[in-house]
Write a protein that binds this ligand. Structure first.
Ligand code: ADP
Length: 195
């Protein structure tokens, strides 16, 4: 099974992915945590580009989109292999991040058409102002206006596609509980084993 947690930076994706892994491991499942961009040479190049202080022009944005799609393609076999072995893949971001952050949508869909789609897709929805608070003290954080736009795009995508939306403005444990409740039925875990 391939599970993905999406949302803007500061939504709590990596925190929740790790907690989910611990809980599933405790319940006897084999799990594998992944995140995008990956640690492949392409993923490293993406991180380097994202850390540049100067804004990217249109062509550079397109190159970034292509790099994300290539990095994702490198993941496809790994996800398939894990699924074949019965391992649960928990992914911090996936193809939907490209749709939320980059444009145009048709083109992003086209270059990502070989990416694997998660069976369970969770959007951690958070107010950008709240997400920003969580990064207090850190210099680099995207502008709030940009994050508001990305959040709107995520919510629009969630209307069209099969997303579960979780209110991520709350405490870590209550969010995790919601995530477990979403996943439990697909794994046949009974309600009593959720907390
Ligand atoms: P993301 O992966 O979405 O960028 P993180 O999981 O890295 O978010 O969380 C960003 C920061 O916010 C971390 O310092 C983390 O400990 C903190 N954090 C995560 N979830 C919550 C929450 N629900 N309430 C308060 N702080 C949180």
């Amino acid at each position: 099974m391939y599970i993905c947690i999406e949302g803007i930076d500061g939504a709590g994706k990596s925190t929740q992915c790790k907690l989910l892994k611990t809980w599933l491991d405790k319940n006897g499942y084999k799990t594998n945590l992944i995140s995008e961009p990956t640690n492949s040479p392409i993923g490293k190049l993406i991180r380097r580009i994202l850390s540049e202080p100067t804004p990217l022009n249109d062509d550079q944005q397109k190159i970034l989109g292509l790099l994300f799609a290539a990095d994702r393609l490198l993941l496809r076999d790994k996800i398939q292999k894990a699924e074949d072995e019965g391992t649960i893949i928990i992914s911090d971001r996936c193809f939907y991040s490209s749709l939320a952050y980059q444009e145009p949508e048709d083109w992003i869909r086209e270059i990502n058409k070989f990416a694997k789609k998660p069976e369970i897709l969770i959007l951690l929805d958070i107010k950008p102002s709240k997400a920003k608070e969580r990064f207090k003290g850190l210099e680099k954080f995207e502008k709030e206006s940009f994050l508001r736009r990305v959040r709107r795009k995520y919510l629009k995508l969630a209307e069209k596609e099969d997303f579960f939306i979780v209110d991520a403005n709350r405490g870590i444990n209550i969010i995790q509980l919601d995530i477990r409740r979403i996943i439990a039925p697909s794994l046949g875990i009974c309600q009593g084993n959720i907390p």
